[in-house]
Ligand binder design. Structure first.
Ligand code: PNS
Length: 160
């Protein structure tokens, strides 16, 4: 049976740090589903469908990877997809506490699902969707940090 993994996140928007994780896990699992958080409690800059479309376009070279949005608990979504694994990336030390808490809670909610962690590449260790939004809003440049399409979509949104 194919090993199915969910790579969840806000992806608001997707950055090269997320893409690097996706490229690395594609060799580890038989099937990967990128799950875009669309819970009403999250205050997102892009709508869920905008985020899904952006990811699909930047991943058009990897058509085997599914991308969809989800609402509700991540573990329930993973169960629905018959995924045994959740993938998360780790950057700075500050990610650890939040990831640890989520891991313990997800394990409590669904003990059979295992979360696996990939350490960031050094070049992306300081990268986040929030910092990218701030830089683009203030007219700065983000060389090699986000796909061109994402940069264009951010500029369009800030100029609306
Ligand atoms: O990219 P992010 O914002 O760090 O991703 C966080 C995400 C989407 C993985 C997390 O917020 C999540 O799983 N949300 C779904 C709701 C849920 O299951 N909450 C309980 C997790 S302990």
């Amino acid at each position: 049976m194919a090993k199915i993994a969910i790579y969840p996140g806000s992806f608001d928007p997707i950055t090269n740090w997320h893409l690097d994780i996706i490229k690395r896990i594609k060799f580890l699992f038989g099937r990967i589903v990128i799950a875009v958080n669309d819970n009403p409690l999250g205050h997102f800059f892009f709508t869920a469908s905008e985020r899904v479309v952006m990811i699909r376009v930047v991943l058009s070279d990897f058509p085997v990877i599914e991308v969809e949005s989800f609402r509700g608990l991540l573990v329930r979504y993973a169960e629905k997809k018959r995924a045994r694994f959740i993938v998360r990336g780790l950057r700075a030390l500050s990610d650890f506490e939040h990831e640890f808490q989520m891991d313990l809670m997800n394990r409590k909610l669904s003990p059979q699902i295992e979360t696996v962690y990939l350490m960031t590449r050094q070049s992306y260790s300081y990268l986040s969707s929030s910092i990218i939004k701030e830089i683009i809003e203030l007219g700065g440049d983000t060389p090699s940090l986000i796909p061109d399409l994402v940069k264009k979509k951010l500029q369009e949104k800030f100029n609306q």
